[in-house]
Design a protein around this ligand. Structure first.
Ligand code: NDP
Ligand code: GDR
Length: 364
């Protein structure tokens, strides 16, 4: 890298990927600006370790209040920061919630991308600022081809996926119409110990750790047969950066190429905790019992989605060939790491409980 430090702007910096990406870019010597939303409680847990006191010298990490639904804040921040690279990671990212808040999801996830691209244009930064759009395997929805690659037709199955389809195409349109270096990373599910607590993997690791310590009785879930291609978020943010370092902008599928069901994930997580689960029933009646005959996992149809994405499996050949990328973390290692961290936090909750306080439960 030359003496002139590169400047990156990350939307969604307080989220799972935002936190890993900010850390990666700071380690690479970037000046990193992040957009956070105003919240009534602190919402910077995931990036607190990166915080730098603005009164110190040589500060390279800055946060700005803004929102993807507010063009004026986006234009102001982009004008002030003059970024070389923008990573648009912000989104209402929960598929099930998108059925409950479809209009807000469209506003932030579809129009949010447009607002940033327009800001780049309005500010005359088409030749300077590179743009990364967080696209998703949810675009494939009702899959038309197995495995899914860059050329596989899309069939979105949720308001979230439909909004992301708009963002995908507007990114390509601005690339073709205005010559902006803009690209889509079509990322398959990626998880970590800092994954949001209501996504299925984290919900499982967190609940099983708590069940193991007697802090919770049962884990309620929806469709156990859904299959996903799960990777580690830390590996995937490297790809987001790599995609903006190429000669020309292109779209890439990022995946492991291996698929497991939700039930497989539960069994793997249970095994890490030396729990054995005995399954009975199917569909809405399915239950998992421990050795003592206690029900510790049960299906609750309230978690079923109006339209489900049953199976996703990515083909990352293009990224492997052109970007020289391979995922580093295996499924087993991912599960192990998530369980290890959730067990630690369950142990903290156990301590808190012993002293008469109650820890939060999550029921989404
Ligand atoms: P998270 O849900 O962990 O983080 C989302 C981030 O977006 C948070 O920082 C959130 O802020 C912020 N945000 C939400 N709405 C707005 C808004 N209106 N204005 C500004 N910021 C907003 O998501 P991930 O880190 O897991 O994912 C990052 C991106 O990648 C998302 O766009 C997601 O849709 C996409 N994606 C994720 C995949 C995955 O498996 N993780 C796979 C494929 C795509 P706050 O902290 O305040 O809520
Ligand atoms: P997904 O992730 O919808 O793939 O979107 P999620 O972990 O929410 O669901 C994966 C699968 O598990 C099934 N499932 C449950 N899901 C949740 N959240 N809670 C449950 O109780 C439950 N029981 C079963 C789901 O039905 C689904 O089939 C994630 C998000 O990060 C998106 O932003 C991203 O674009 C995609 O991954 C790729």
């Amino acid at each position: 890298m030359s003496d002139q430090k590169k400047v990156a702007l990350i939307t969604g910096v307080t989220g799972q990927d935002g936190a890993y990406l900010a850390e990666l870019l700071l380690n690479k010597g970037y000046i990193v600006h992040g957009i956070k939303r105003r919240s009534s409680l602190f919402n910077t847990d995931r990036i607190d370790h990166l915080y730098q006191d603005p009164h110190e010298k040589d500060v390279r990490f800055f946060l700005h209040h803004g929102d993807l639904t507010d063009s004026s804040s986006l234009i102001r921040i982009i004008q002030q920061t003059q970024p070389d690279e923008i990573y648009n990671l912000a989104a209402q990212s929960h598929v099930a919630v998108s059925f409950e808040e479809p209009e807000y999801t469209a506003n932030s996830d579809a129009l949010g991308a447009l607002r940033i691209l327009e800001a780049i244009r309005i500010l005359g930064l088409e030749k300077k600022t590179r743009f990364y759009q967080a696209s998703t395997s949810e675009l494939y929805g009702l899959v038309q081809e197995i495995p899914q690659k860059e050329t596989t037709p899309f069939y979105p199955r949720s308001p979230y996926a439909v909004a992301k389809l708009y963002a995908y195409w507007i990114t390509i349109n601005y690339r073709e119409a205005y010559g902006i270096y803009a690209c889509n990373g079509i990322l398959f599910n990626h998880e970590s110990p800092i994954r949001g607590e209501t996504f299925v993997t984290r919900k499982i690791t967190r609940a099983l750790a708590r069940i193991k310590l007697g802090l919770q009785d049962c884990l309620y879930l929806g469709n156990l047969d859904a299959k996903r291609d799960w990777g580690h978020a830390k590996d995937y943010v490297e790809m987001q950066w790599l995609m903006l370092q190429q000669e020309k902008p292109e779209d890439f599928v990022i995946a492991t190429g291996v698929q497991y069901s939700v039930r497989d994930f539960i069994n793997a997580a249970a095994e890490e905790l030396s729990l054995k689960i005995y399954w009975e029933g199917t569909g809405v009646d399915e239950k998992g019992y421990d050795e003592t005959g206690k029900c510790i996992v049960a299906v609750d149809p309230k978690y079923f989605r109006p339209t489900e994405v049953e199976t996703l499996l990515g083909d990352p050949s293009k990224a492997k060939e052109q970007l020289g990328w391979t995922p580093r973390t295996s499924f087993a290692e991912l599960v192990k790491e998530m369980i290890r961290e959730d067990l630690k936090s369950a142990e903290r909750d156990e301590l808190v409980k012993k002293h008469g306080f109650k820890a939060m439960d999550y029921h989404e």
